[in-house]
Write a protein that binds this ligand. Structure first.
Ligand code: HSE
Length: 432
């Protein structure tokens, strides 16, 4: 086959950039692949207008309905860049059902429909690739899938959401969260509904994709703890830096255990105190990073832009190239078969914890807080109370020694039930 025919669903910013690059790099790609990557069909609500803007020849079929294109277009490889869930799922199942290769950058699609996609690909022998779905332009999925094939991935800690990282790192520079969010929106990497970023759900979907890739098991969104950055204030950032030598990052973590046939994982997304000398502390603004812990290669850090037209199109093009190479070589598809992935209890995860409380300044208040921690066997490593202003509530910051999360959570509940303590508080794990 000297031509690999490509159909692209979705001509938003990433879709447009993908088609533009496929055409601009046509000769280079042809030389490397030994075949032409030819765009033969596009689908978009405004397909005619976008195709004209891209200067696509009349021979490129234009569809308004991407599902129709996935069912009918004479293409070898479909690229899904629509966003959302229902239509992308129908496009993916239609293409995979026809035995066609599928490239998608849709984390939501993968996080919610991993078993369906895998099963459809296996049934028809189709190929599926999704490098752009996690951490944009950082080639981390292919590294996890192939580069550690002879090694064992023990765990990952990632900064997988640019918006929250932008807000936290602008906060270190004294910029208020609302203003930093406006900047992130203007720069174009915040979700349409930014609560999705702030609540940690975007990072959780990406973590679900990573877990699926490493273990072949489905980590269903909603099955593990996800905490956003809404409760983190400027006071937490300044206290962390000045008194603890740490900073705050929204960290998505996985720890793997169990045999490869019966994998199990510990998963969470949570604001986390990270020592200033830790590699994740150096990840600022909209950058993403993934720290991978392996049995033989040790710790590796991947770093780069996690969103945007250029970085995502770069990942999509790499997928297109690799799948086209496999199609040409008639290599069998190697889609991972879905397996059950057991989740370990988050209660057993051990770390130090940070707790900021708003406490009425009255006799015995601190003693009761210390007592609640002591009753659960959680030991205080540091404690600080801001200067009290006559009868007002004051901020009390506590850092604990490492303890199981379950015990810390019980102590936190005890503390929040005290009459002198407001429910407004911030709790974070601390990384060593
Ligand atoms: N909203 C995401 C982020 C980008 O802020 O990182 C798309 O994954």
């Amino acid at each position: 086959m000297s031509v690999v025919k490509i159909a692209v669903a979705g001509l938003g910013t990433v879709g447009l950039e993908t088609v533009r690059l496929l055409r601009a790099r046509r000769e280079e790609l042809k030389e490397r692949l030994g075949a032409e990557l030819r765009v033969v069909a596009v689908a978009d609500r405004d397909a005619a207008r976008e195709a004209k803007a891209l200067g696509l020849p009349a021979s490129v079929a234009r569809y308004r309905d991407p599902v129709e294109m996935a069912k009918r277009a004479d293409a070898d490889l479909f690229v899904e860049l629509l966003g959302g869930l229902d239509t992308p799922l129908r496009v993916a199942l239609a293409a995979l059902g026809r035995g066609k290769a599928l490239v998608t950058a849709n984390k939501r699609l993968l996080a919610h429909a991993w078993p369906q996609l895998s099963a459809a690909a296996r049934k028809s022998g189709a190929r599926l690739a999704f490098e752009g779905s996690v951490a944009g332009g950082i080639p981390v999925l292919r590294a996890l899938e192939l580069s550690f094939a002879g090694d064992r991935v023990l765990g990952v800690d990632g900064i997988l959401n640019g918006t929250t990282n932008y807000i936290l790192s602008r906060g270190e520079e004294g910029i208020a969260p609302a203003e930093a969010l406006r900047e992130a929106q203007a720069l174009g990497f915040a979700e349409k509904d930014p609560s999705f970023d702030l609540s940690g759900q975007d990072a959780a979907q990406k973590l679900s994709v990573l877990a699926g890739l490493v273990t072949g098991g489905w980590l269903k969104p909603g099955s593990f703890a996800v905490i956003g950055i809404e409760s983190v204030t400027a006071r937490d950032l300044s206290f962390a830096r000045e008194r603890l030598g740490m900073t705050v990052r929204l960290v998505a973590s996985l720890r793997f255990s169990g045999a490869s046939k019966t994998p199990s994982a510990e998963a969470c997304v949570a604001p986390t105190l990270v020592p200033l000398g830790h590699p994740l502390a150096a990840v600022r603004r909209q950058y993403n990073a993934l720290l991978v812990r392996t049995a033989s290669a040790g710790d590796l850090m991947f770093y780069g832009k996690g969103a945007g037209a250029g970085p995502t199109a770069s990942a999509v093009l790499a997928d297109v190239f690799v799948l086209a190479r496999d199609i040409r070589g008639a290599l069998p598809s190697t889609t991972i078969s879905p397996r059950k992935l057991a989740l370990s209890s988050p209660d057993n995860a051990i770390s130090g914890f940070y707790l900021r409380l708003e406490v009425l300044d009255r006799p015995g208040a601190l003693a009761r807080i210390a007592d609640a921690l002591a009753r659960e066997g959680v030991s205080i490593a540091a404690i600080h109370q801001d200067q009290a202003a006559n009868g007002r509530s004051v901020s009390v910051m506590i850092a604990t020694h490492p303890s199981p999360r379950g015990l810390f959570e019980r102590a936190r509940k005890r503390i929040l039930s005290l009459s002198a303590v407001s429910s407004r508080h911030c709790a974070m794990r601390m990384m060593t």
